[in-house]
Every structure is written in structure tokens, then in C-alpha cells.
Design a protein around this ligand. Structure first.
Ligand SMILES: C[S@@+](CC[C@H](N)C(=O)[O-])C[C@H]1O[C@@H](n2cnc3c(N)ncnc32)[C@H](O)[C@@H]1O
Length: 164
């Protein structure tokens, strides 16, 4: 079924498992979406969120979102590390587990995956190369290995909570 995350087209307590993957960073009100996930989960069930996580430094997070938005204009904002757990806790769920994984990504396939517009892709490349040369930080931790492939780092976070 297709619906909007902020008003799920399901009855309360309809599911034993509710899962959102790489979705919350597209929403202007992720708190509302998490509330909806909690609502449609039945007591004893689980709610899990997997998403990109931003830096807990607000300036760095803003720079990261700027780059992600340049790559994909439907990107709104990443939740900073640990904030998904806070939103689930706010809805009365018990957070069982938060796991993080640092992902080292080559830039080119990341851009191709989003079909990034050519001039935006060039600006991202320029910003990364400038940072490598000592220029302004993008928050994306670009680097270049021995293979000369331009890469950057993302933090992926998985939060699993239980409804009492
Ligand atoms: C990056 S894709 C992730 C797709 C899939 N969950 C996955 O992990 O491969 C983001 C998805 O969020 C959906 N989306 C964005 N805003 C939404 C909203 N307000 N309500 C429901 N879905 C939304 C988009 O349609 C898209 O399918």
C-alpha cells in the first residue's frame, strides 16, 4: 500500500514490526512519522529505524545536509546520531539497541545512484577536492586512497525499540 509516512493508512496496533529505512531524512517532520510508526505497532512489537545519521555538531550537520541536498534535492535533513532513539523514547518505546556503521563510499556511484544533475555533481566534486587541498570542510570527510578514487564517509545508524 502506498501512503504518507506522516499519516499512515493503517489502524493502530496493526503490526508486530514497523521498519523505516533511509526514509526519515526525506521528511520535514520525522517526529510525526516516528509517532505514526509507534501508533501502528502493537504492544510487544518492535519499531526499527535505519538511516543516515548526522554529526552532533550543528554546523557540521548543516554542511553535511547541504552536500546531500545538492546530490538529491529530496533530501531534507538527517537526524543527528542518537536522535532517532530519543524520538522513539518520547513515544513511550523502550530502545533495545542502537548500532552504527561507518560507510566508506566512492563518490561517483553515490552520485549516479541519485542521478545527480551534472552541474550539482561538479560542485560536489569541487567541494571535496577543495577540502582535500586544505579548503573549507564539507562535513563529508572526503579522502582519496592509493587507487586515486575519491571517497567520503557516511554514518549509518540502526535503532531498534520495543513497545511495552
Ligand atoms: C532513499 S528512498 C528509500 C527507499 C527504501 N525504504 C529503501 O530502503 O531502499 C526514500 C523513500 O522515502 C519515500 N518517501 C519520501 N517522503 C515520504 C513521505 N512523506 N511519506 C512516505 N514515503 C516517503 C520515497 O518515496 C522513497 O521511496
Amino acid at each position: 500500500m502506498r501512503g504518507t509516512a506522516e499519516a499512515l493508512p493503517f489502524a493502530s496496533a496493526a503490526f508486530t514490526l514497523v521498519f523505516a529505512r533511509f526514509a526519515l531524512h526525506h521528511l520535514t517532520d520525522p517526529r510525526l512519522a516516528v509517532a505514526e510508526m509507534a501508533r501502528v505497532c502493537r504492544p510487544g512489537g518492535r519499531v526499527a529505524v535505519m538511516d543516515l545519521a548526522a554529526s552532533t555538531d550543528p554546523g557540521t550537520a548543516e554542511r553535511q545536509d547541504r552536500m546531500e541536498r545538492l546530490r538529491d534535492p529530496s533530501h531534507v535533513r538527517m537526524l543527528p546520531r542518537g536522535v532517532a532513539a530519543g524520538l522513539l523514547h518520547e513515544r513511550g518505546l523502550v530502545v533495545d539497541r542502537v548500532t552504527e556503521r561507518e560507510i566508506d563510499r566512492p563518490v561517483q556511484p553515490w552520485l549516479e545512484q541519485a542521478a545527480t544533475e551534472e552541474s550539482a555533481a561538479a560542485r560536489i566534486h569541487q567541494a571535496f577536492v577543495a577540502e582535500l587541498g586544505g579548503g573549507a570542510a564539507t562535513g563529508m570527510r572526503p579522502h582519496c586512497g592509493a587507487d586515486n578514487v575519491l571517497r567520503f564517509r557516511q554514518l549509518w545508524e540502526v535503532t531498534v525499540a520495543r513497545k511495552g
